[in-house]
Design a protein around this ligand. Structure first.
Ligand SMILES: [Zn+2]
Length: 212
């Protein structure tokens, strides 16, 4: 049986998850897109739409590339020569591109990821890839926030982890209540950040200074 090849967008360093290997064949995906075009009220055979099913199938490869990633594996390479650095490390304004699992509508925004190392750190680009690995799936913003935090916590066993996600939801801005400019903020505090309100204030201040 021929399967749609997503490897061009998948992370070459990691093995795809079992879910990722259950994808339908490309022709089945394209047939589904043709059905959606007809559901919209248009003609899937119209010239301008002829290549749309193939384009959407490729776009799905990017939007849902997270299923082919193993988020924990991204954090396996760790560094210890930090001269005992134990203050907050914060990566601000990481772009979030996700998809709402209730409406298949886009979720776009930013994540701020912080931790207080206890001997081990990871390369900063890995924090950004961690966000992407969980975001590029069918998601709830609440779950995305806690998944990023708990994976970082399990990998590094740091003194504290904080993840803040601020995002707009297409399902709210383009349908239903049709509210533009509304964003949702979710936070996950672990360890030091959960215990110490002063640390949380300091962190929110650092994030605010950057965003402004
Ligand atoms: Zn939704």
């Amino acid at each position: 049986m021929e399967y749609y090849e997503w490897s061009e967008v998948a992370d070459a360093e990691v093995e795809p998850t079992p879910l990722a290997s259950r994808r339908p064949r490309r022709d089945a995906i394209e047939a589904a897109v043709r059905t959606l075009i007809a559901a919209a009220g248009d003609d899937p055979d119209r010239e301008g739409l002829a290549d749309t099913p193939a384009r959407v199938a490729r776009a799905y490869g990017e939007w849902f590339a997270g299923y082919a990633a193993d988020p924990a594996a991204l954090l396996q390479r760790q560094f210890t020569e930090t001269e005992g650095y134990d203050d907050t490390i914060l990566l601000r304004n990481i772009p979030v591109v996700s998809t709402c699992e209730h409406h298949l509508a886009p979720i776009t925004g930013h994540a701020h990821v912080a931790y207080r190392p206890a001997g081990k750190v990871v390369g900063i680009s890995k924090l950004s890839r961690l966000v992407d690995a969980y975001a590029r799936r069918l998601q709830l913003q609440e779950r995305l926030t806690t998944q990023i935090a708990s994976t970082l916590d399990a990998a590094l066993n740091p003194s504290g982890v904080a993840v803040i996600v601020e995002a707009s939801h297409g399902c709210m801005s383009t349908r239903g209540v049709n509210q533009h400019g509304v964003s949702m903020v979710t936070k996950c505090w672990l360890g030091d950040f959960k215990r110490d309100p002063e640390l949380r204030r300091e962190l929110m201040d650092s994030i605010g200074r950057c965003a402004g």
